[in-house]
Ligand binder design. Structure first.
Ligand SMILES: [Mn+2]
Length: 338
C-alpha cells in the first residue's frame, strides 16, 4: 500500500460531503437519490451475500449475479454504469464499486473520482455499511460483525471444528469448501445464492440452518469433513513449524474446510499444500499462514512471486507446468521455516 491507497481511503466520492462534515455518526443518505435500478455483481461467499443484503436496503437492485475475481479481471463480462461491483476487483466501466482487498489498493488504474468506496476494512459489507451509514442497516449489526470476523479469518478452534451460526453457513456457501460440485440437492447452488439474500434479510442464522435445503448441505458438509480430515491426517507431516500436505497421485482429493489443517497441527504456524496441477498436468503449491498460530513472518505473496506465482502476505500459490523436483520443494520449505 502506498500513497495511492491513502488517497482512496479519504476519497468518499462526490455524493457524500454532508456525511463527512456531520458530527452525527448516523446520517441516512436518501435512498431515493438514485432513481434508476442497478444490477449487482458480487462474489459467491458470505461477504458477497451480505453486500447484496445491505445494498438492497439503499439501492434499487433488480438483479444479482455471482462471479469470480478472475472473471472480472479477464474483462469479458458486460459491465455498464448501471452495474455495482462489490467484494470484487475494480472495473472502470461499473457505476459503483465497493471493496476491501488490499491488492486493489495498490492498483494505479483506479479513477480518482470513482463512485463507491474502497477501505481496508475486514469485509466489503463493512465498506458499504460505512459508506451509506443508513439506519436501515441497524438490524444487521450482528450479521455484519460475524461477516467481518469470518472474512478476515478471525476464527477460533471451535469455529473450525464445531462451527455454528453464520460461521457454519459461510463454510457451506464458500466455493472453496467444494459443496457446490455435489449434485442431488433440492435446489441448485445458483438458486440457493439468489434465495440466501432474501433469507439473510429476514431470518437469523439458526433459523436458516433449520431450513430443509440448508440442512441437506450441513449433513453433506459433516460427512465430507470426516473424509477430508482422514485424508489430511494421512497425507500431512510437520517439519519444524511447517505443515506439509502432499496429495500428489491421489485419484480424487476430497474437499473441506480450508482451516481444518491448522487444528491438526496447532504448534505449526504455516502450511504448504502440494497438489497435482489441473487436468493432472504439473504441480500446484498453496501456502498459508495458520489462523490459529499467527507467528509466521514469511511474506507468502513475495515468496510465491519468486517462483512465478503470487498472493498476499498471508496466503499464496504457485503453479508449475512440470512435475516439481523434491529439491525445489525442500528449498521452499526452508524458506517457510522460522
Ligand atoms: Mn470480502
Amino acid at each position: 500500500m502506498g500513497r495511492k491507497l491513502e488517497r482512496l481511503k479519504i476519497n468518499l466520492g462526490p455524493f457524500l460531503p454532508l456525511v463527512v462534515q456531520s458530527p452525527s455518526p448516523v446520517v441516512d443518505v436518501n435512498p431515493e437519490w438514485r432513481s434508476e435500478s442497478m444490477k449487482l455483481i458480487t462474489r459467491a461467499d458470505l461477504d458477497g451475500l451480505a453486500c447484496a443484503v445491505l445494498l438492497k436496503e439503499v439501492e434499487i437492485i433488480e438483479e444479482v449475479s455471482y462471479v469470480t475475481p478472475h472473471e472480472i479481471n479477464e474483462g469479458f463480462l458486460e459491465i455498464t454504469k448501471s452495474h455495482i461491483i462489490a467484494n470484487l476487483p475494480y472495473d472502470s466501466r461499473a457505476g459503483l464499486w465497493f471493496d476491501h482487498h488490499s491488492s486493489e489498493g495498490e492498483r494505479s488504474d483506479i479513477l480518482e473520482d470513482f463512485e463507491g468506496s474502497f477501505q481496508l476494512a475486514p469485509s466489503a459489507a463493512r465498506v458499504i455499511f460505512n459508506h451509506y451509514k443508513s439506519h436501515r442497516f441497524y438490524k444487521y449489526e450482528y450479521l455484519l460483525s460475524e461477516v467481518d470476523r469470518i472474512d478476515s479469518a478471525q476464527l477460533t478452534q471451535m469455529d473450525i471444528t464445531f462451527p455454528e451460526g453464520w460461521v457454519l453457513l459461510s463454510y457451506i456457501l464458500d466455493p472453496r469448501t467444494g459443496l457446490g460440485e455435489y449434485q442431488g440437492y433440492g435446489i441448485n447452488n445458483e438458486h440457493l445464492l439468489q434465495r440466501m439474500v432474501e433469507l439473510m434479510a429476514e431470518y437469523s442464522a439458526e433459523e436458516i440452518l433449520r431450513m430443509h435445503d440448508i440442512k441437506q448441505r450441513v449433513k453433506r458438509y459433516e460427512e465430507q469433513e470426516k473424509i477430508f480430515k482422514t485424508m489430511l491426517e494421512q497425507k500431512s507431516k510437520k517439519e519444524g513449524n511447517v505443515i506439509i500436505t502432499d496429495t500428489r497421485g491421489m485419484a480424487r482429493v476430497p474437499n473441506g474446510n480450508r482451516f481444518l489443517i491448522y487444528t491438526l497441527f496447532p504448534e505449526a504456524n504455516i502450511s504448504l499444500r502440494i497438489m497435482d496441477g489441473k487436468d493432472g498436468l504439473g504441480t500446484e503449491l498453496a501456502i498459508g499462514h495458520s489462523i490459529l498460530n499467527r507467528t509466521s513472518f514469511v511474506n507468502v505473496g513475495d515468496l510465491c512471486e519468486r517462483y512465478g506465482g503470487g498472493g498476499h502476505e498471508g496466503a499464496g500459490g504457485v503453479e508449475f507446468s512440470h512435475d516439481i523436483e523434491d529439491e525445489k520443494i525442500q528449498e521452499i520449505v526452508g524458506a517457510l521455516k522460522d
